[in-house]
Design a protein around this ligand. Structure first.
Ligand SMILES: NC(=O)c1ccc[n+]([C@@H]2O[C@H](COP(=O)([O-])OP(=O)(O)OC[C@H]3O[C@@H](n4cnc5c(N)ncnc54)[C@H](O)[C@@H]3O)[C@@H](O)[C@H]2O)c1
Ligand SMILES: O=P(O)(O)OC[C@H](O)CO
Length: 345
């Protein structure tokens, strides 16, 4: 897929499922572009705030939302007229919500852009596998890449990967979400796109630990580079394309998330590096840190593929309380020396 035709028509009636910061930013984007957009959230405070004061004061405070954006807690009604769904519910709740949408639509074939960046606990399934089980009639796409919700909602320039195996649906999605400041790049490589988003969240926790522990910027750069090598090994094993891994949803998002404490994953790692436990930090947060829930399933996926991912394994041990920060760092530094390009054992 080298160039889009530019002739595809956008989807017109959009349901954005998920009233967190990213769902709200994406809903604002499509509503501003003129698509009839309804945001579904399970939290009625979010819905009243959006409909009443044009602001998601809980998850995206301080951003004025367009008058044309409607919000509802009634999923069945929101699905009734939708011709496309932007799915922005955290990965661990994706299966149940997708299955419910399938039930409510009677198994309708709808295009669904999956925007969550995670791997399912228990199964180690990627989001395309989850949707294939839970709503097999849907036409999935992956929207991923370096994009903080607040940046996009403020109209700051952003570029993302839009992956869709169905060329015509991919082109329609590109026309639907594009904006003067928001630029989607198309690919058919869905595995590469979704893997990048899930793995960078785990690696961002490690980078946060490095910062919180005061290990220095050289250590952080080394961790990003070695983390990227881990991601590439897994990607190759699972059939991801090299250019997707080096692109926006891979290297691009890894750089963003590992460089900014605006990232919930990096800030989680930062606090762990300062000496707190993941469990206590997560318990007091209202927002999601996908890397914490996805680190364990990522190790399951890597194990099944026979791929060694020592940094991600250390993060999984850390967030699940099987190791401490000092022990994790010592474990990584004590690994045998090897050639830079060699597949680790
Ligand atoms: N925020 C960003 O900048 C950003 C950017 C790109 C991708 N993402 C991804 O988007 C997804 C959503 O993240 P977010 O930042 O919008 O979330 P958030 O942390 O802002 O809010 C969490 C949302 O999840 C909802 N939720 C929790 N449990 C639920 C359940 N059982 N069923 C339905 N909804 C439930 C909450 O009501 C809330 O709307 C994540 O996978 C995240 O990695 C986020
Ligand atoms: O805040 P995070 O760590 O969930 O990152 C948000 C986006 O995924 C960045 O691209």
């Amino acid at each position: 897929m080298s160039e889009t035709t530019g002739k595809s028509s956008p989807y017109q009636t959009i349901l954005v499922a998920g009233g967190g910061s990213w769902g709200t930013a994406l809903a604002s984007l499509t509503a501003r572009a003129g698509m009839a957009t309804t945001l579904w959230a399970r939290n009625d405070q979010v819905v009243s705030a959006i409909n009443g004061s044009r602001e998601n004061s809980i998850y995206l405070p301080g951003i004025k939302l367009p008058e044309t954006l409607g919000a509802t807690t009634d999923l069945a009604a929101a699905l009734e007229n939708a011709d496309a769904v932007i799915f922005v519910i955290p990965a661990q709740y994706a299966r149940d919500n997708l299955a419910e949408m399938r039930r409510l639509t009677g198994g309708k074939t709808l295009p669904v852009a999956l925007c969550c960046k995670g791997i399912e606990r228990g199964t180690g399934a990627l989001m395309t596998e989850v949707i294939a089980d839970a709503w097999p009639e849907a036409i999935p796409a992956i929207l991923s890449g370096p994009s903080f919700a607040a940046d996009v909602a403020r109209g700051l320039p952003t570029a993302v990967t839009l992956a869709c195996a169905d060329k015509s649906s991919g082109e329609r999605w590109a026309q639907t979400i594009k904006a003067p400041h928001f630029r989607p790049y198309l690919t058919a490589d869905m595995i590469g796109a979704e893997l990048g988003g899930a793995v960078k969240n785990v690696l961002a926790i490690a980078c946060g630990v490095v910062e919180g522990k005061g290990l220095g910027e050289s250590a952080r750069a080394a961790l990003i580079a070695r983390g990227f090598a881990e991601f590439q090994r897994l990607g190759v094993a699972l059939g991801a394309e090299a250019q997707t891994m080096a692109g926006l949803s891979g290297l691009g998002d890894l750089i963003l998330t590992c460089s900014s404490r605006q990232s919930r994953n990096m800030s989680l790692g930062y606090e762990i590096g300062e000496g707190r436990t993941a469990k206590e930090i997560i318990a007091e947060r209202q927002t999601v840190s996908e890397g914490a829930a996805s680190a364990g399933p990522l190790m399951k996926l890597a194990g099944a593929a026979g791929v060694d991912m020592p940094i991600c394994a250390a993060v999984a041990d850390l967030v699940d309380g099987r190791t401490g920060v000092d022990q994790a760092i010592l474990g990584l530094l004590a690994r045998p020396l090897r050639n830079e390009g060699s597949p680790a054992e």
